[in-house]
Design a protein around this ligand. Sequence first.
Ligand SMILES: *[C@@H]1O[C@H](CO)[C@@H](O)[C@H](O)[C@H]1NC(C)=O
Ligand SMILES: *[C@@H]1O[C@H](CO)[C@@H](O)[C@H](O)[C@H]1NC(C)=O
Ligand SMILES: *[C@@H]1O[C@H](CO)[C@@H](O)[C@H](O)[C@H]1NC(C)=O
Ligand SMILES: CC(=O)N[C@H]1CO[C@H](CO)[C@@H](O)[C@@H]1O
Length: 338
Amino acid sequence: MLFFTLVHSLTALVCLGTLSNGATPKKKLIIDTDMFSDVDDTGALLLASTEPSVDLLAVNVNYPSSYSVLAVGSMLGHYGYSDVPIGSLRPIMNDTFFDDNTFENGEYASKVSYHWGSQSSLAWGEADKAWDPVKLYRKVLAEQDDNSVTISSIGFFDNLSGLLESTPDSYSDLSGHELAKKKVKELVIMGGQYPSGREFNFYGCSPSVTAHVVNNWPGRMVFSGHELGINVMTAARFTVEGPKCDPSRAAYEWYSGYNKTRPGWDPLTTLYAIHGFGDLFEFGNDGGHNYVYANGSNVWLPESKEYPQHYLKLKVSDEKAGKVLDQLFIDGARQACQ
Ligand SMILES: *[C@@H]1O[C@H](CO)[C@@H](O)[C@H](O)[C@H]1NC(C)=O
Ligand SMILES: *[C@@H]1O[C@H](CO)[C@@H](O)[C@H](O)[C@H]1NC(C)=O
Ligand SMILES: *[C@@H]1O[C@H](CO)[C@@H](O)[C@H](O)[C@H]1NC(C)=O
Ligand SMILES: CC(=O)N[C@H]1CO[C@H](CO)[C@@H](O)[C@@H]1O
């Protein structure tokens, strides 16, 4: 009997070992978001928080509004991730978004912050308690295995630039440049236009900081350009069929309106960061590299660099990609609201 039990538990151990070796490891993901002037950041954070294959390590905010920071905290709390650390660019102001471009889109960050704040790790008025984003990058990267972390950059580049410039500290003996090179498997960037052009995330805030990151990043980069998401219309169905309790659904309705669509730039980018090509994506280039000018315009140059660089292309129609995103939004939101 004892012998039998021993054999039995040994078998169980072996089986467990096989299972955990055979299972797909979770995607270790960091999001760097400007959750402020467009609502698609909420769609990206919804995917990162509800796709079961993600291990969300941290979220950094690259637009320094207290409401951006608190909205991230509220969303993470709602999705059961209140232990995920949040960093923010400083100094943090109390800016709210006003659409002085089309006079159509509504503000959502303060509303999401206020109405979904009950599970947030950051209380109302306490955005200043967010991490310094560069320290947070250094801590989280230092703790991870080599070549294991994916970063989805869906806004501006100040925090990533700060990481590259950072020097050894209590978290790591490595410089920021060395940490990025050693720990980051892939930097996925929503920004620029391909093969060349001009896009807001690159020029809109501090173009020279964009150039610093994109022209010097010591590892693999994949770009999702303006052209990729501009016609991938999402969220009309999400606002109609998504659960009322979901903060991203509410944000889309506040921003664009009920049953109205919005381009899918940030969620598309983050979907690639999570699942890779899946059925939706392929690369649009064979070799070469991205170059960002000091004014934030970018161009794809023919010479390949030390680390591969690619820009994404859709393998399916814009309409199909939009449908896939809406279904993921609805499924993720429903599951979190139960
Ligand atoms: C922002 O508002 C909070 C209260 O919600 C206040 O404590 C803080 O001083 C304000 N920050 C700025 C930069 O005005
Ligand atoms: C949403 O908009 C579509 C097309 O614009 C329309 O066909 C549909 O009836 C609308 N649904 C609702 C619930 O308003
Ligand atoms: C940005 O700089 C590049 C290189 O100097 C130049 O070719 C391009 O015209 C500039 N774009 C704008 C919009 O100023
Ligand atoms: C809070 C913080 O460290 N912010 C940094 C983010 O990165 C920019 C660009 O390097 C720095 O200027 C900021 O100090």
